[in-house]
Write a new protein. Structure first.
Length: 388
C-alpha cells in the first residue's frame, strides 16, 4: 500500500511539473512571438529603405547620364545589373557554413531531399537573367525618350500588372480596394498618354510613343519577374535564408551583365564610349562616377526588392517600390526642370490614391492575420490545459 501511495504521489508531482512547464511555455509564447515579430519588421523596414533610396537615386542618376551627353542605351542597361560584385562580401558571409559530426550528416540528408537540382537552379538563373536584360533595356529606352517625371508615373502601372500576375501565379485575391487601385492606375497612365503633346518638346512624337510603350512594357515584364521569383521561392528553392535571396540577385545579374556586354559589342555602341566620355558635359570623372553609382544604387534597390519578396510578397515589394512615385517627379522638377502641368499633377494624385488603396488593403490583411494567429494561440493554450 505504501508503495502504491508513493507511486501515486510521484505521478501527481510529475503531472504538476508538466502543468507548470506547459504554463510557463504558454506564458512565454506571446513574448517570443512579439520579439520575432519586432525583429522581422525591423528587417522589413531596412529592406524598404534600401528599395526606396536605391530606386530613387538610380532613376535620377540614369536620367543624369542621358541629360549630360550619354547616349548609349546598352551602357545604361549594363549598369542596371553590372553592380552585382558589390554583393560579394555579403554573398560569402551569408553562405551556409559547413557543420561537423552526425548532426551535419542528418541535416545534409534532409536538405538533399528538399534542395533543388543544380540544373534546375541554372535554368532559373539563366531565365531570370534573360528577362532582366530585356526589362532593363526597355527601361533604358523609356528613360532616354521620356521626361523622368513622366517615366516615373508610367512605372506605377507595374502595380496593376503585378496584381494580375499575382492573381494567376501567387493566388493573390482581388478585393474592392485592389480593383479600385487598378482602375486609378490605369486612368493615371492614360492621362500621361493623352498629355503627350506637352511632353514632346524637342522630341519626335514617334520617339515619345516608343518611350511610352517601352516603359509600360518594362513595367509589365518587371511585374512578371517579381511574381515568378516569388513562385520560385515557394515551389522550387524552398529555402528561408538570406543567402537564397542573394543567390537570386547575384546570378541573374551576372547573366544579364554578360548579355549586355554582348549587346554593347553587337550594336557597335562600344566604339562611341570613349568619345562619349570625352564629350560628357560634366567631365570624364563625373561620367565614370555617374555610371558607377548608378550600378551601385540599382543593386541596393534590388536587394531591398528581393528581401521584401522573401519576407512578405512580390505584391508588397511592388507597392513599396511605388512609394518613390511622389518623390521622383518632384526631384525631377527641381533638378531637371521637368514640366509639372495640371494633367500630370492629376495623374500623380490618382497614382498616389491607387497606391494608398494597396497599402490600406495590406494593412487590413495584416490585421486579420494577426487576429487569426492570436486566436489560434489562445486555442492551443486552452487545449494544453484541458489535456493536462
Amino acid at each position: 500500500m505504501e508503495i502504491v501511495q508513493e507511486r501515486r504521489l510521484q505521478t501527481t508531482d510529475d503531472k504538476k511539473d508538466q502543468i507548470s512547464q506547459r504554463d510557463t511555455a504558454v506564458s512565454q509564447q506571446p513574448q517570443n512571438l512579439g520579439l520575432r515579430d519586432y525583429k522581422r519588421w525591423l528587417i522589413v523596414s531596412l529592406y524598404i529603405v534600401f528599395l526606396l533610396v536605391g530606386q530613387t537615386a538610380a532613376t535620377l542618376l540614369g536620367r543624369l547620364y542621358f541629360d549630360e551627353g550619354g547616349n548609349s542605351k546598352w551602357m545604361a542597361t549594363f549598369v542596371q545589373s553590372a553592380g552585382f560584385p558589390v554583393l560579394l562580401p555579403l554573398f560569402f558571409y551569408f553562405q551556409p557554413r559547413t557543420q561537423s559530426s552526425t548532426k551535419s550528416n542528418i541535416l545534409n540528408n534532409v536538405s538533399s531531399k528538399t534542395k533543388p537540382k543544380l540544373s534546375t537552379l541554372v535554368f532559373l538563373y539563366l531565365a531570370f537573367g534573360l528577362i532582366l536584360t530585356g526589362d532593363n533595356l526597355m527601361y533604358s529606352y523609356g528613360l532616354v525618350y521620356l521626361p523622368v517625371s513622366t517615366y516615373s508615373l508610367l512605372c506605377a502601372t507595374q502595380l496593376a500588372f503585378n496584381a494580375l500576375f499575382s492573381f494567376f501565379l501567387n493566388s493573390q485575391k482581388f478585393t474592392p480596394l485592389i480593383f479600385n487601385s487598378l482602375v486609378l492606375l490605369t486612368i493615371s497612365a492614360s492621362l500621361i498618354a493623352i498629355n503627350a503633346d506637352s511632353d514632346t518638346t524637342g522630341l519626335s512624337r514617334g520617339k515619345y510613343i516608343i518611350g511610352y510603350l517601352c516603359t509600360v512594357g518594362a513595367s509589365a515584364t518587371y511585374s512578371l519577374y517579381l511574381s515568378l521569383i516569388q513562385l520560385s521561392f515557394e515551389k522550387v528553392i524552398k529555402a528561408e535564408t538570406f543567402s537564397s535571396v542573394l543567390n537570386m540577385q547575384f546570378y541573374p545579374s551576372f547573366v544579364a551583365t554578360c548579355n549586355c556586354v554582348v549587346g554593347l559589342f553587337a550594336s557597335g555602341e562600344w566604339k562611341t564610349l570613349n568619345t562619349e566620355m570625352k564629350e560628357y558635359q560634366k567631365g570624364g570623372v563625373s561620367y565614370v562616377m555617374t555610371l558607377v553609382w548608378t550600378a551601385v544604387t540599382w543593386q541596393i534597390s534590388s536587394i531591398g526588392m528581393l528581401g521584401l519578396i522573401f519576407e512578405v510578397s512580390s505584391l508588397f515589394s511592388n507597392v513599396i517600390g511605388t512609394l518613390a512615385l511622389p518623390v521622383v517627379p518632384i526631384l525631377a522638377f527641381v533638378f531637371f526642370h521637368d514640366k509639372l502641368n495640371g494633367v500630370k499633377v492629376v495623374a500623380l494624385l490618382l497614382a498616389i490614391w491607387g497606391f494608398l488603396s494597396y497599402i490600406y488593403q495590406h494593412y487590413l490583411d495584416d490585421k486579420k492575420a494577426k487576429k487569426a494567429a492570436k486566436r489560434e494561440s489562445v486555442e492551443v493554450s486552452n487545449g494544453r490545459v484541458e489535456i493536462c
